[in-house]
Design a binder for this molecule. Structure first.
Ligand code: CMP
Length: 479
């Protein structure tokens, strides 16, 4: 389709050029024949010179027009080839006008060497004022278009949003009169240059990494750390989401119906943001389904409060019993004792980076890591030094609980971590039934103390262990 049009244009161009050149050839070589014809046949002897001049001027103008068109196609075709985008129509038109005007004046002074162009302009001043007033708006648009071009705030192919009406679309053309944008409903909107010059314009350049925000929410029972991880991974893989910057998922608000989130992602091709937003939402839906996360829709939740210890939390409790029986120091306990400990334990969830216990604080409970990872940190010249990393089934906080001394270290969650907290009275009951437990605990405490002191020794000193043993027994009122 385009090819046949270009072919046709070429044919017309060559025919027109041929006609103009031929006509000029005859006008210059056979002008005496024409003059004779005008004098003898039409009796226009006095005007023969002017008529021949005007005819020459007409064909020169035609030739000039064709040359300017050819130059225009050549220059801007080269720009398109080198830069990869079409030059704005306005620039092409300004180029044509300047080239054509210059050629016209040149040829005019050649054909009519006696004519005074300056005088011609002076006499047409009044005409100019009238024309100026009539073309006020058109000229306003024209000059606004020129200033837009000089400023180059956007180019063909950029996505722009104009004015208070927030008309959004891809810039298709910048002409004398207007900016032509194609909206995402495939409509063409023309915004006059003078309006665009006055209105605020939001530009999303084609070669820029532009970002979008997509909103979603979850129930309050869904963990933020898990949600953020799941959504980030799901969105990262979606088509047209730029791999250069990792998407950001963050909490916007704690809403009436759930936790409100936003995901910020960067697009490779911003003009396709509607499709990409939709794809991102779709990916979130599937990711939620796999990860068993829930969207929050307007709900009325009936909360039935269960007093602590007033009964087992079914599946949750059996998982806690299982976890505690896998902790090495509790291995000697009977299943009834482990169940009793599980009932007394309370579960707490910590976000990555949150402090579970702080060094120097008093402590009257110990913790078992149910899910996740924590780091044990001591303060060294104002900096936190990690002495150990504990994961599922490990315990901490026993030193302060068993000796009554302040916490020797801080324990910080590395990832989202659920810990089971066991208090002093539950442990006392366990000790009363299993006095041997105190001994194995004193070993562990002594070893951890040595690690903290960072001594050369690899095993705990016997005297220290004996001292610990008796102080634990004393603290728990045991014999
Ligand atoms: P507590 O002193 O109550 O609080 C800080 C806890 O960090 C401490 O009890 C131990 O449980 C734990 N802790 C200290 N040092 C170590 C270590 N070297 N390895 C593992 N845990 C430790």
């Amino acid at each position: 389709m385009n090819r046949t049009r270009t072919k046709k244009q070429f044919v017309v161009f060559f025919i027109a050029t041929g006609v103009a050149v031929l006509a000029l050839y005859f006008l210059f070589n056979f002008d005496h024949v024409l003059r004779q014809l005008l004098t003898s046949q039409l009796g226009l002897a006095s005007k023969a010179n002017t008529i021949v001049g005007v005819l020459r001027m007409v064909f020169f103008a035609l030739l000039a027009y064709l040359v300017v068109r050819a130059l225009n196609s050549l220059v801007f075709g080269l720009v398109r080839f080198r830069r990869g985008f079409e030059a704005p129509t306005l620039v092409r038109n300004v180029f044509s006008i300047i080239a054509f005007t210059a050629l016209f004046f040149l040829l005019f002074s050649l054909v009519f060497p006696d004519a005074d162009l300056g005088a011609l302009f002076t006499t047409s001043a009044i005409f100019g004022v009238i024309l100026g007033l009539a073309l006020q708006d058109t000229l306003g648009n024209f000059f606004a278009g020129i200033s837009l071009q000089a400023d180059r705030p956007f180019q063909v192919g950029d996505v722009i949003t104009v004015g208070v009406l927030r008309q959004t679309g891809v810039v298709e053309e910048i002409t004398w009169r207007a900016i032509k944008i194609r909206t995402f409903s495939n409509h063409v909107v023309l915004i006059s240059n003078s309006t665009a010059a006055k209105e605020p314009i939001e530009v999303c350049p084609r070669d820029n990494l532009n970002a979008r925000l997509v909103f979603f929410n979850t129930l309050y029972s869904d963990s933020p750390a898990k949600t953020i991880h799941v959504v980030r991974e799901a969105v990262r893989e979606a088509d047209n989401v730029s791999p250069k910057i990792s998407p950001i998922v963050r909490i916007r608000n704690l809403g009436d119906n759930g936790v409100d989130y936003e995901v910020k992602y960067w697009l490779t091709d911003y003009a396709k943001y509607n499709d990409t937003d939709a794809l991102v939402r779709q990916r979130i839906w599937y990711a939620f389904r796999r990860a068993k996360l829930n969207f929050a829709y307007p709900t009325r939740t009936l909360l039935i409060e269960r007093r602590p210890g007033a009964g087992m939390r079914e599946g949750e409790d059996s998982a806690i019993v299982e976890r505690l029986s896998a902790v090495d120091i509790f291995a000697p306990l009977s299943s009834e004792e482990t169940t009793m400990l599980a009932q007394a334990a309370s579960s707490h969830v910590f976000a990555p980076g949150e402090t579970v216990i702080r060094g120097g604080d008093p402590g009257s409970s110990m913790f078992v890591v149910h899910n996740g990872r924590v780091s044990v940190q001591v303060n060294e010249n104002g900096h936190a030094r990690t002495v150990a990393t504990l994961s599922d089934g490990a315990f901490f906080g026993e030193m302060a609980l068993f000796t009554g001394e302040p916490r020797v270290a801080s324990v910080v969650a590395i990832e989202e971590t659920e810990v089971l907290e066991i208090g002093h009275s539950a442990m006392k009951r366990v000790f009363d039934n299993n006095p041997d437990l105190v001994e194995s605990l004193s070993h562990i405490i002594a070893e951890r103390r040595q690690a903290l002191a960072a001594t050369e020794a690899t095993s705990a000193d016997h005297d220290e262990r004996a001292g610990l043993l008796s102080s634990i027994k004393r603290f728990f009122g045991m014999k």
